[in-house]
Design a protein around this ligand. Sequence first.
Ligand code: HEC
Ligand code: HEC
Length: 222
Amino acid sequence: MSAGSRISGAGWIPLLLAAIAGAAHAQEQQWPTLAPLALEADPERGARIAYTCTGCHGVPSYQNVYPTYHVPKVWGQNADYIEIALQAYRRGSRFHQTMQAQAASLSDQDIADIAAYFAERGEESPERGSSAASAAQIDAGQRRATSCVPCHGEAGIAQSSQWPDLAGQHASYLEQALKQYRRGFRSSMVMAPLVASLDDEALAELAAYYAAQRGLTSFGGE
Ligand code: HEC
Ligand code: HEC
């Protein structure tokens, strides 16, 4: 995506073309599967390095713009999944300009320490995610979620630490993530086929269901 990131104010067409080229490139290129780092981690050091990250991730109402969606909650998330996510941004197989820039300078040890810090759930009691969904959408999402249970659990707490918890995540972020898999902008051999045939309404219902569960927290504290 380096071509895309150099374009500024030149209109959306070149940007769009660069984005499509980037996505196609990501799909063509067979990235090796990422694994957790298996390093001894120091969550206290992680808290110090992650200080700048709280400016976005620690502010419950913070939104990404274009497209607009809530910055994901990361506290209480599974350490192995966070390690995989940060490695994906760092090597460029997961696209997001800010996050790619944030991850670019992190060493493996930094990533392991930050993941250990985020994974500590902190003092706060588990929250729901922000959402504007109706009770009917949440119910419909629960019915649809039967195919997700083997990995993401009955109520969005994952069965393996390499898979993300969805419980309590912001609905707009979950919806965005699902659309990214469907469009091929976020590559996952597991998730892409699962969402390929789902329409926007189905994705919104699934997001509504998981956001309504209690799980991830907005800020882990000190
Ligand atoms: C300017 C705001 C901003 C800052 C600063 C920021 N992030 Fe992010 N982060 C985001 C957004 C927006 C996303 C969602 C991107 C996407 O859609 O892939 C994200 C995604 C993530 C994810 C993936 C979450 C998931 O559920 O897959 C992790 C992990 C993460 N950030 C960690 C960090 C760390 C560690 C730092 C500091 C080194 C950091 N972020 C700094 C905005 C920010
Ligand atoms: C076979 C296991 C499996 C099944 C079944 C599964 N998922 Fe996933 N899911 C994963 C994995 C692995 C990832 C992380 C992929 C990546 O690195 O981007 C993921 C990621 C996600 C994310 C992104 C979370 C984040 O924090 O960014 C969402 C949302 C999601 N899945 C929703 C669903 C829904 C909804 C279903 C059912 C329709 C489902 N998943 C079924 C394994 C699974």
